[in-house]
Design a protein around this ligand. Structure first.
Ligand code: DLL
Length: 443
């Protein structure tokens, strides 16, 4: 393990070399890492040992990366049920950092890192930043929340290790964010895309023209960036938005990201091995087919997480990328299997509603979905903000736009959903991850 670390990581930042390994070499590396990590998990973590025994699998059965499908799946409940340290595979003295999920009720999910795990995390963030064209000397305003959330410290350490100047701004306080951005000449902005949109709006209200700022790269993640959001960002700034993907259970941000060609997100698959499975049956699906992303940490030693059901819906793109990276990509994520709403027997994803709205040019990307009970039946009402110039128009025009939006949504989801046009700026803005669905059924 140590030898590999030295060979691969060297002294400076040749981390990205791993992005370009010939496929066979990558598979060899993945196989070796899987064998090591399964052995560690089996020896040190009761849950793995018991599950594998139940399935009649031992570490000796895991010879190559293809054998990964012999291993049991892990779910979020496994991390909850083993709170706080039931999945730790090393002694507490070797754990140098913990993070935790942001759950508002009950016990959080705790994730742990050894010193070496943090180095792997840093190198993963560096590899993503390099894909975006971030360089030493860039000024990174990091608005992901600092603290237990992985976004803040994760992006911070990686950016600093690359040689950037980091502004640990965390979320909130828009006025100060705008001031820092102008005075410290921020070139890279890291936040959820919805928070960046909120700052653009705040900037407009305060006379800050984003197009005149040196800002050029957006490191956006923690939630989906829709095409409508990207268009809003392109219309109002010179920022090129790049997706960064990750989840606390696996490492935090840095599981993968988009390269300059923007054709899906490269997964750093020497560290985080992706599979796609049928969300209902768990059957592994071939490359190209859409299903649930399952991830395995191949290098994380403090808390190995194997075959974790992410609930994120995507597909693997195995074709070579124009950038020359050989690590595979996943298509950008716009929905989760647990986001799905069932309305009058029809499956509806918030991202479908978003697409319907965005096809009507008078709209803005600001909307929310209210779940309500009407006559003992669940129904949805979608509230949409339209552009100011139309909101001031006649009631007749507004009604026309409302109907257009409704028809556009029907075209995608095949059922009629109530649409309401609401006042500009009336939908709550996000300080972190955006909340699209409000459940009013029990109120
Ligand atoms: O959101 C880690 C992170 C922080 C990623 C900062 C990127 C930037 P969690 O709070 O555990 O961790 O949430 C993970 O957020 O399963 C996805 O559903 C969603 N998500 C994260 N990044 C993206 C993205 C962090 N780029 C959950 N596109 C994941 C779409 C994303 N969804």
């Amino acid at each position: 393990m140590k030898q590999i670390w030295n060979d691969i990581h060297g002294e400076v930042h040749p981390f990205s070399a791993l992005d370009f390994l010939p496929r066979e070499q990558m598979r060899g590396l993945q196989s070796q890492r899987l064998r090591d990590i399964v052995k560690l998990a089996y020896e040190k973590v009761e849950l793995y040992r018991n599950r594998m025994k139940e399935m009649g699998v031992t570490p000796d059965d895991i010879k190559s990366i293809d054998d990964i499908s012999k291993l049991p799946f892990m779910q979020k409940t496994d991390l909850r049920d083993t709170y706080p340290d039931g999945l730790f595979a090393v002694e507490m003295k070797d754990i140098v950092r913990v993070h935790a999920s942001s759950g508002t009720t009950g016990k959080p999910i705790v994730v742990a890192y050894t010193d070496e795990d943090l180095k792997v995390w840093n190198s993963s963030i560096i590899r993503c930043l390099k894909m975006y064209g971030v360089k030493s000397g860039d000024v990174v305003q990091n608005c992901y929340g600092y603290g237990l959330f992985t976004g803040g410290l994760g992006l911070h350490d990686g950016s600093q290790a690359l040689g950037c100047t980091v502004i640990p701004a965390s979320g909130g306080n828009s006025e100060r964010q705008l001031m820092l951005m102008q005075d410290l000449k921020t070139t890279v902005f890291a936040s959820t895309p919805s928070y960046f949109m909120h700052l653009i709006e705040e900037g407009k209200a305060r006379g800050v023209d984003f197009k005149k700022l040196p800002l050029r790269i957006g490191v956006f993640g923690g939630e989906p960036s829709s095409d409508a959001m990207r268009k809003f960002i392109a219309d109002n700034t010179n920022v090129i938005p790049y997706d960064i993907y990750g989840l606390s259970e696996i490492v935090g941000p840095g599981v993968g990201g988009e390269c300059q060609h923007k054709c899906g997100m490269h997964i750093l698959e020497d560290n985080f091995y992706p599979e796609i499975v049928d969300p209902d049956t768990g059957e592994v699906l071939p490359d190209g087919e859409e299903g649930e992303l399952v991830l395995s940490t191949l290098t994380k030693r403090a808390m190995p997480v194997l075959r974790y059901r992410t609930h994120d819906i995507t597909s693997i793109i195995a074709e070579p990328c124009k950038c020359g990276r050989t690590i595979r990509r996943i298509s950008r994520i716009s929905k989760r299997s647990d986001d799905m709403l069932i309305i009058r027997g029809v499956n509806v994803f918030p991202s479908q509603i978003e697409i319907g709205i965005s096809r009507v040019e008078e709209t803005t990307p600001n909307f929310r979905i209210l779940r309500e009970m009407k006559n003992d039946m669940e129904s949805l009402t979608v509230e949409v903000e339209i552009q100011d110039k139309y909101y001031g128009d006649s009631l007749e025009t507004i009604e026309k736009i409302r109907r257009k939006i409704q028809a556009s949504i029907v075209q995608i989801v095949n059922i009629r959903i109530d649409v309401k046009i609401v006042e500009p700026n009336s939908i709550p803005r996000s300080q972190g991850k955006i909340k699209r669905v409000y459940d009013n059924r029990k109120v």
